[in-house]
Design a protein around this ligand. Structure first.
Ligand SMILES: NC(=O)c1ccc[n+]([C@@H]2O[C@H](COP(=O)([O-])OP(=O)(O)OC[C@H]3O[C@@H](n4cnc5c(N)ncnc54)[C@H](OP(=O)(O)O)[C@@H]3O)[C@@H](O)[C@H]2O)c1
Length: 260
């Protein structure tokens, strides 16, 4: 029986690592990205190596026509078994008024509207087969309110809440839901940052690779099917401690870390 996985943002990093793993498991793939040459090369390699079908959609996920193109492709694919809502970007957001409002809207579309629309499109197909997996890639930042990531953190926190609720809603229907919350991961994600800001982040030694993050995500799915999956011991520790810290203490620490 054929099975298809759709992965948004599969050009590089975490999305590309999922694509490699699912291709090796025999899934046909629908991959989205914008850097055409890079994603097409990955698609050709995976199709050739694993004898699977790989469709590439070059889509800007804040553009309504492109979003519709993706939704149409997904709804016309009957054997849809895995959805990975992974596409996302780093806004180099220093404070709330530091972003143009059109970029705020773009981020809300890419990080919130698109994942919800895609889930809405695939769930009926998964329900019919009584089988499916939805992974929403959030961030460890979803647990860490910060004056430096007002919009990014809020959109990722939405994904966490959405996923946990969806997990409960769909658990009797054979559909697994995971929210993956990675910490710092070496990918192309930070490539747009000014050198000075990148150096500041880079000096942090708790980085993971995209392969490690995806390995952990797939392990979480197999092991316990709990919705929240946090790769990395330090990230798990923070996410457990922060909700129980008195707020006033947390805000002081977060402001200090942000250099505010
Ligand atoms: N890297 C980290 O430290 C880190 C930490 C926590 C969470 N995350 C999350 O992990 C996810 C994957 O990021 P990554 O680290 O693997 O970064 P990445 O290597 O930069 O990959 C991001 C992917 O998203 C696509 N994308 C970004 N904005 C898009 C848009 N407006 N329209 C369409 N596609 C878009 C990119 O497409 P093109 O490159 O082809 O344009 C690329 O395929 C993101 O949701 C990110 O928020 C990353």
């Amino acid at each position: 029986m054929t099975k298809t996985a759709v992965i948004t943002g599969a050009t590089s990093g975490i999305g590309a690592a999922y694509a490699k793993r699912l291709a090796a498991d025999g899934y046909d793939l629908i991959l989205t990205g914008r850097r055409q040459e890079i994603i097409q090369k990955l698609a050709d390699e995976l199709a050739d190596k694993h004898k699977i079908k790989v469709k590439v959609l070059i889509v800007e996920l804040s553009d309504d026509n492109d979003i519709q193109k993706l939704i149409d492709t997904v709804t016309s694919t009957d054997d849809m078994e895995v959805l990975i809502n992974n596409a996302g970007f780093d806004p180099d957001e220093k404070h709330f008024m530091g972003m143009e409002f059109r970029d705020v809207e773009r981020m809300i579309k890419v990080h919130q509207i698109v994942p919800v629309r895609l889930a809405y499109a695939v769930v009926p197909k998964m329900e019919k087969r009584r089988k499916g997996t939805i992974i929403n890639v959030s961030s460890a930042g979803a647990f860490l309110p910060s004056p430096n990531i007002v919009i990014y953190g809020a959109t990722k926190s939405f994904l966490k809440m959405f996923s946990e609720s969806l997990y409960m809603d769909l658990r009797e229907k054979g559909i697994k839901v995971q929210v993956l919350c990675p910490g710092l991961t070496r990918t192309d994600f930070h490539r747009g940052l000014p050198e000075e800001r990148y150096q500041k982040i880079s000096s942090d030694f708790h980085w993971m690779t995209a392969d490690q993050v995806v390995d952990y995500s797939l392990k979480c799915l197999k092991k316990n099917n709990q919705p929240i999956c946090i790769p990395g011991m330090r990230n798990r520790l923070y996410s457990a401690l922060i909700p129980v810290l008195p707020k006033a203490i947390y805000y002081r620490i977060a402001l200090k870390k942000a250099g505010a």
